[in-house]
Design a binder for this molecule. Structure first.
Ligand SMILES: *[C@@H]1O[C@H](CO)[C@@H](O)[C@H](O)[C@H]1NC(C)=O
Ligand SMILES: *[C@@H]1O[C@H](CO)[C@@H](O)[C@H](O)[C@H]1NC(C)=O
Length: 355
């Protein structure tokens, strides 16, 4: 499952933008799973909801940049990148029994996209590497509906709603990008859930109380300009996650509603979110941005084309596992979500949530 997803070359809609360079960082099996969150819930064990976690092995309740840099391995393929990447787990709620079962995780690919008017290829002065210790959160775990009209990108709040996207795999292209809410139909090849991150920095703060206000989205989310308040342009991160929802297709009916729920208790999908804690050495990442921006493979985003990075074999990356700090049944069938997070009441989705 993981291997087949990693080998998929899923084209982002926006790679059709001119002269965009980028690379794709495939991650393998999660470095850990569970209720730890060193950005939103530092020092707490267990944290509020269970996550799928990729990257550096030192994913601990009290992780700091220095601790992360001491990681001895990563579950993703570039050995120099010790960053952590994490997002909630998905559960199937059996309509007959009400019990919850974990949806098999089909893997994560992190896209490093060099975008926006400040990128050299677009005539700008060049993107800047993530400062050492940068942390950020995209999306909002508490969001349960859409407030801004689709495609209205006039504010950061509106951009943040567009930062979540879905692909109901194996269906018509029209189910691409419901811009916030879960699909409502069966996805014969499973669900792809995407997350765009902020690519502009205020130049001062590595974090902020909401883990967002020190960074900002580009004016077109994955292209355009940085706001004046956040003038430092950085690479654009995009998480592409896969979920084997199709495994449950014979156990639910579309007329009864979408039966999948995030580990936060969110049944709407609007609350999908992701975290990034940079574990890069800033100087090295700057070289990668400057020197791997014009590799011959840039159109395919093949990471192996960048000679500055050591690419490990997938079986080696899969051996990287954080010791389990808090043990609980996350697989199910379970009566309640881990942490007993209440499940949001089912709200039928209005047609404008679909293209
Ligand atoms: C995190 O660090 C604090 C302060 O040193 C400590 O009290 C706490 O026990 C640590 N938490 C965990 C889960 O290790
Ligand atoms: C975006 O939405 C706001 C609030 O509804 C509205 O005032 C504004 O005109 C909209 N902008 C665009 C470009 O649609």
């Amino acid at each position: 499952m993981i291997l087949s997803c990693l080998s998929l070359l899923v084209l982002l809609v926006s790679i059709l933008q001119p002269v965009a360079a980028w690379f794709r960082l495939p991650c393998t099996t999660p470095v850990t799973e569970g209720r730890t969150d060193w950005i939103s819930d530092p020092g707490r064990l267990p944290s509020q909801h269970v996550h799928t976690v990729q990257g550096g092995i030192n994913f601990l309740p009290n992780t700091t940049y220095d601790i992360l840099r001491q990681s001895t391995c990563t579950s993703c393929v570039a050995k120099e990148d010790l960053s952590n990447y994490w997002y909630p787990k998905l559960y199937f709620r059996d309509p007959k029994t009400g019990k919850l079962e974990q949806v098999p995780d089909g893997g994560l690919t992190v896209y490093y996209l060099f975008r926006g008017v400040d990128d050299k290829k677009n005539g700008g002065s060049g993107l800047k590497a993530f400062p050492n210790g940068l942390k950020m959160l995209t999306g909002d775990p508490l969001r349960r509906n859409r407030e801004w009209e689709r495609g209205n990108r006039s504010t950061q709040a509106a951009l943040s709603e567009d930062a979540v996207e879905w692909l109901c795999r194996g269906t018509d292209i029209r189910s691409l990008n419901t811009a916030g809410g879960f699909p409502t139909i069966k996805c014969p090849q499973g669900l792809r859930a995407g997350l765009h991150f902020q690519s502009c920095w205020d130049g001062m703060n590595l974090d902020s109380p909401d883990h967002k206000s020190h960074v900002a989205y580009l004016s077109d989310l994955d292209n355009g300009k940085c706001p004046k308040t956040h003038p430092i342009p950085m690479p654009h991160l995009f998480f592409e996650t896969f979920w084997a929802t199709d495994k449950f297709d014979d156990r639910w009916e579309e007329k009864d509603g979408w039966p999948f729920v995030w580990s936060t208790g969110d049944t709407t999908g609007y609350g999908f979110h992701g975290d990034f804690g940079s574990g890069w050495d800033q100087e090295l990442l700057q070289h990668v941005i400057d020197d791997c921006d014009s590799t011959p493979d840039q159109l395919n985003g093949v990471i192996n084309a960048c000679p500055l990075l050591t690419i490990q074999e997938i079986p080696e990356a899969q051996k990287c596992k954080t010791p389990i700090l808090y043990s609980e049944d996350m697989v199910g069938p379970l009566g309640n979500l881990p942490g007993d997070n209440p499940i949001w009441p089912f709200t039928p989705q209005t047609p404008d949530h679909q293209l």
